[in-house]
Every structure is written in C-alpha cells, then in structure tokens.
Design a protein around this ligand. Structure first.
Ligand SMILES: Nc1ncnc2c1ncn2[C@@H]1O[C@H](COP(=O)(O)OP(=O)(O)OP(=O)(O)O)[C@@H](O)[C@H]1O
Ligand SMILES: [Mg+2]
Length: 246
C-alpha cells in the first residue's frame, strides 16, 4: 500500500475539522475524495503533505503511513526532498513575478546538489511541455499573466518537476472553463497511464471527479460517509442527491 490514513483527526484550536478518517491508496491508482464546502478536503491534503496553514496551526492525531512507515513526524520539505509526494494546492500559488520556466526551475530544487541536475531538469521540463503545449508557448511569460487554466497547468507541472510519482490536487477544476478542465484531466490521466503516477484528487465537483477517478471516498463534515468505485458512488442515491444535483 502506498498510503494508509488511519483514524486521522485534525483540529484548529478547539475546532475539530476531521473526526478520525481512514482511507488508503495503492500505487498507480487514481482516487478521489469528494465533499462540499468545509467538509475537510484541504485539511486532509495539508495533513498528508505535512503542511499547515500559517495563520492556524493544525493539531493532528491518528497516523499516516507511507509504504508502511509513519510520516506524522516527517517535515514537509523531506517529503519533497525524497520525491515522496507533491501537492497542487488550493488556489495554485504559483510565483506571479517569475516566468513559467523559472517557476518550473524552482520546483526542481530537490535536485540542486545532484550532478545530473541539468539533464534531470530538461527531461522533466520536456514532459511538462509535452503534456501542456500551452506552457511551452508561454515559457517566458510571467506567471501572473497566465490564464487561470494555464496557472493550473503550471501548478501541475511544478509537481512533476519535484520528481515525485504521487501527486495530490486540491480542487483542480475550480474556476476552469469545461474545455480547459477536461484538457487538464486528460493530461493527468496520461501521466497516470504512461508514467504510473499515483493521483489523489479532492473535488467539490463530484461529477467530473467521478468521471476521472476509478474509486473514491465521500467526505462530509469531517467524516468519510461512504466509499466505492466511481460507478457505485455515482449511482448512490445519497451521493446523487447531495453532490450530483439530484
Ligand atoms: N484556520 C482555521 N481555523 C479554524 N477553522 C478552520 C481553519 N481552517 C479550516 N477550518 C475549518 O475546518 C473545516 C474544514 O475546512 P477545509 O478548508 O479543510 O474544508 P474544504 O473541504 O477544503 O472546504 P472548501 O471546499 O471550501 O475548500 C471547516 O469547518 C473550516 O471552517
Ligand atoms: Mg478546500
């Protein structure tokens, strides 16, 4: 098992946002976690990535096992340094004053002492440009001048530059026109099939998430209420009513 989340709780002060959730991901899978506003999706991903919101430290309990070993005491930068996982955060957070290429270069920082870094960088960049030709055309353009969809592509590209084969995405469909959204999910599926990259995607947009992932979990106010294959979830009356517009 790549990832096992065991009875994870996350609290902000005395507000408990996750009430002991458990789920798992095998290497090579595409898994989704769907849930409405405030369900705890971002809290889950931040906890897995060992990040915390600067304005509100998270207190966590339970366990997160990565290939059987607890990462609860591992620093976020060590996860990147060791190419274990990379996150496309909510809101993308690319560097607006840096070019596309500079954003990608920064993301490859874990290779800075590697004697092969130039070759590793150009190979990874080629993969990103092959997946997202728009980024290649705009490689000298500053991040802040990219469209929302292009910024999302850059945020995905950045995770690939880290060399991680497990990526997590926080609401990648947010704010994207359908055409760009499907372009992005197609690119993600290619990464999964051709590069065996494991993907965890959290989404409020349950329809697109269940089309993209093979199985998923439903998060409601800090608890996982049901799970199954995407077909099972899409046919589940409760899921239909709450997340798929009846
Ligand atoms: N810094 C914080 N301080 C207090 N409570 C917080 C904080 N951040 C999040 N919460 C609470 O934790 C719960 C889960 O929030 P979280 O951001 O993880 O949800 P989400 O599913 O990502 O929502 P959204 O779809 O709006 O992004 C919410 O009830 C939220 O109000
Ligand atoms: Mg969120």
């Amino acid at each position: 098992m790549l990832l096992e989340v065991q009875n994870l709780t996350v609290s902000y002060g005395n507000i408990e946002a996750l009430h002991g959730i458990s789920f798992n991901i095998e290497r090579g899978e595409i898994v989704t976690l769907i849930g409405a506003n405030g369900a705890g999706k971002t809290s889950t991903l931040l906890s897995l990535a060992r990040l915390t919101r600067p304005e509100a430290p998270m207190v966590q309990a339970g366990d997160i096992l990565y290939e059987g070993k607890s990462i609860l005491k591992t620093d976020a930068h060590m996860l990147i340094q060791n190419h274990l996982m990379a996150l496309v955060p909510e809101g993308r957070h690319i560097f607006g004053n840096l070019t596309v290429q500079e954003n990608l270069q920064l993301a490859a920082f874990s290779y800075r002492r590697n004697p092969r870094r130039a070759a590793i960088f150009s190979e990874a960049q080629e993969l990103v440009f092959d997946l997202f030709p728009r980024l290649k055309e705009r490689r000298k353009q500053r991040g802040e001048l990219l469209s929302g969809g292009e910024q999302q592509m850059l945020a995905v590209g950045r995770t690939l530059m880290t060399g991680s084969d497990f990526i997590m995405l926080d609401e990648p469909s947010m704010g994207l026109a359908p055409k760009l959204m499907y372009e992005m999910f197609r690119a993600l599926r290619r990464l999964n099939q051709e590069k065996n990259i494991t993907i965890l995607v959290v989404e409020q947009n349950a329809k697109v998430a269940l089309e993209f992932a093979l199985r998923g979990y439903v998060l409601k106010t800090g608890e996982i209420i049901t799970s199954g294959t995407s077909e099972e979830l899409a046919a589940n009356p409760e899921v239909k009513k709450a997340y798929l517009g009846g």
